[in-house]
Design a protein around this ligand. Structure first.
Ligand SMILES: Nc1nc2c(c(=O)[nH]1)N[C@H]1C(S)=C(S)[C@@H](COP(=O)(O)O)O[C@H]1N2
Ligand SMILES: [Mo]
Length: 402
């Protein structure tokens, strides 16, 4: 039996939030005899724990409800580390400062009159699936804006510049202790703005977008209105919201989200001794997850998503069985491998026709087009990790078949 989720299985969706886009809704073809996605969905037994930081993290994806390729804006997860700036589009200004030959400023209207580009990009927080409550920190949207690189080049990046810093308008009080403080034992408190940096070369990547539109609508306030950076191929933290200032600098920028938070710490064994390493979270990693199991009477279809790289294949394992190759949705796998080089998630499915009543586990494992395989959590690079960022190991969910 070979059931591919073909294009018929994707009906055009009609949510107002995504009007005008070809929204893919997963649904059973009319008269389908195969387990369809209209069938009852089995709730995973392993549910995320209660969100302990509702102010900072919201609207997490409920995997069982994943039924559209584009995540509707009002369902798209949010992460904010400081306040939520309410900026006015009319008086908004973006400044380019620092080591630019021609420092410049742009109103929103000026930016919007420039060349327009759209990218399909799946945005995942690098903390996603690293904490018990946090397994829905991912969403997919069509983002529109103007390419960043021409703007940087027009401003003339100075020869001494090595980094481009993207500053958000949000800020908060931060206290640091230890080696950071002036006197031993004391602390320093300061107000830090959200900021992330990239090397000049990374910033000039053709895919980077100064983005004002999400799924056909102006950026919602919580997603960065009126302007954010969209850096396809990076983790969410790189996509600075409420972006008001771009600065060219002569050296490494070591702000909180480059050098203190969003730092992956590993305890690695080198020869006969242990070395602790510290790396800034940056580019996205190959990953996949089972989304839902739908069906009845022993016949089920497992669907899921894979992202972080151009997806070659996805394998699924039920209990301790062998890996079975899932069927990639043709539309979304073309998007994944197309011109945008794998910045959009791919949906996949596997039919499970002999499901016996009782508890089962479902694990998915993605392989990218370079042959890299999503690691098992026990593999050294992941096992050596002491922080929760960049947890891209295979994900196992548990389900009770009635
Ligand atoms: N200015 C600003 N930009 C930010 C953040 C923030 O707190 N402030 N959070 C970052 C993080 S950690 C993530 S995962 C993404 C989340 O984007 P979203 O809220 O649009 O989903 O925004 C990034 N950009
Ligand atoms: Mo994040």
């Amino acid at each position: 039996m070979h059931h591919s989720i073909d294009r018929r299985a994707f009906l055009m969706g009609g949510s107002a939030a995504v009007a005008g886009l070809s929204v893919l809704r997963m649904a059973a073809p009319a008269g389908a005899t195969t387990p369809g996605l209209r069938d009852p969905v089995l709730r995973w037994l392993d549910q995320p724990s209660e969100n302990p930081v509702p102010d900072a993290v919201g609207h997490l994806l409920e995997w069982e409800k994943l039924d559209s390729w584009y995540t509707p804006n009002d369902n798209f997860f949010t992460v904010k580390h400081y306040n939520k700036p309410e900026l006015s589009g009319a008086s908004y200004a973006l400044s380019l400062e620092g080591l630019f030959g021609r420092p410049s400023g742009f109103s929103l209207a000026q930016l919007q009159s420039r060349c327009r580009r759209e990218v399909d990009f799946t945005l995942e927080c690098s903390g996603n699936t690293g904490l018990p409550f946090f397994i829905g920190g991912i969403g997919h949207a069509r983002w529109a804006g103007t390419p960043l690189a021409p703007l940087l080049k027009e401003a003339g990046i100075g020869e001494d510049a090595t980094e481009i810093v993207f500053w958000g308008a949000d800020a908060g009080k931060v206290t640091v202790t230890g080696g950071w403080s002036a006197a031993p034992g004391s602390a320093v408190t300061f107000t830090e703005q959200f900021a992330r940096s990239m090397s000049v070369e990374e910033a000039l990547d053709v895919d980077n977008l100064l983005c004002w539109e999400m799924n056909g609508e102006p950026l919602p306030v919580e997603h960065g209105y009126p302007l954010r950076l969209i850096a396809p191929g990076w983790y969410g933290v790189a996509c600075v919201k409420w972006l008001t200032r771009i600065e060219a600098r002569p050296g490494r920028f070591a702000g909180r989200f480059m050098a203190r938070d969003y730092v992956t710490i590993r305890e690695e064994t080198v020869g006969d001794h242990t070395v602790w390493t510290f790396t800034t979270v940056g580019k996205a990693r190959l990953k996949s997850a089972p989304a839902r199991v739908a069906g009845q009477k022993g016949r089920y279809r497992i669907t899921g998503a894979a992202w972080g790289a151009p997806i070659e294949s996805v394998d699924v394992r039920i209990d301790d069985g062998s890996w079975q190759q899932a069927v990639l949705d043709t539309h979304t796998s073309e998007q994944s491998r197309g011109e945008q080089e794998g910045t959009a998630w791919t949906f996949w499915s596997l039919d499970w026709s002999d499901a016996s009543p009782g508890t089962h586990t479902v694990t998915s494992r993605a392989t990218d087009c370079d042959g890299n395989v999503q690691p098992d959590p026990s593999e050294p690079l992941l096992a050596a990790k002491r922080t929760y960022w960049e947890s891209n190991g295979t994900i196992t969910r548990r389900v009770l078949v009635p």
